[in-house]
Ligand binder design. Structure first.
Ligand SMILES: Nc1nc2c(ncn2[C@@H]2O[C@H](COP(=O)(O)OP(=O)(O)O)[C@@H](O)[C@H]2O)c(=O)[nH]1
Ligand SMILES: [Mg+2]
Length: 200
């Protein structure tokens, strides 16, 4: 190799590095109080944008707070955050509103997303059916992430898979919404799934 060669390569390499990372949209879905806002907050490099509103007396009757007694706010629209995976790729995270009455917004939130993470609280499996159905119906790659509240998961993974009626192709992971590394691993599972889909 002559001394000039690395220079040329170096310049080309620098140009690649300067290229902004590819923006990739990912959706964080799941029922009310499963840990969507917590997940985006744990992982986001920017101050997460969240539209939490106080649970009003009216909503308090509508939204089930049995398992989230400390929850005094609720996301009425969505969460937004971002995470650089590597110099070539940056994830933009969009959290859906948990309540079904905001379902009319889902098509807009999911538009252009490569995949979704459906967060599940195993004490309230029913709450995530809507999200699972939605991604299946739309053919969007998704993984199911079980948020181990207080370190406990009430069912085995097989039981959860059976109850949710998701195919073997849908990855199931256990994670902790409060742990950055844990949320990152769950998102990477979705990313790999999405990439495999585009390559396949
Ligand atoms: N113990 C425990 N609490 C959690 C965990 N994830 C979320 N929470 C709490 O559960 C409540 C609901 O979480 P939140 O992220 O607001 O749910 P969202 O409605 O899906 O956005 C909040 O009070 C969180 O602090 C977890 O992994 N363990
Ligand atoms: Mg929320």
């Amino acid at each position: 190799m002559t001394p000039t060669e690395p220079l040329v390569h170096g310049a080309a390499a620098a140009q690649t590095a300067e290229r902004p990372p590819l923006p990739v949209k990912m959706v964080i879905a799941g029922g009310f109080g499963v840990g969507k806002t917590t997940s985006v907050g744990s992982i986001s490099e920017i101050e997460p944008l969240t539209t939490e509103a106080s649970i009003t007396e009216v909503a308090a009757g509508v939204d089930d707070l049995t398992h989230t007694p400390r929850k005094t706010t609720t996301t009425v629209a969505m969460d937004f955050g971002c995470l650089t995976i590597d110099p070539t790729l940056k994830l933009y995270l969009f959290g859906t509103p948990g309540q079904e009455r905001f379902g009319f917004m889902w098509d807009d939130i999911v538009e252009g997303a490569v995949g979704g993470l459906v967060i599940v609280d195993t004490r309230r499996l029913d709450d995530c059916y809507a999200a699972v159905d939605y991604f299946e119906h739309k053919g969007i790659p998704f993984a199911v992430a079980i948020n181990a509240f207080d370190g406990k998961v009430e069912h085995t993974l097989d039981e959860v898979r059976w109850a949710l009626d998701v195919s073997e192709g849908v990855p199931l992971v256990v994670f902790d919404a409060r742990e950055r590394g844990s949320v990152r691993d769950a998102l990477l599972v979705v990313l790999e799934l999405a990439l495999a889909r585009t390559e396949g």
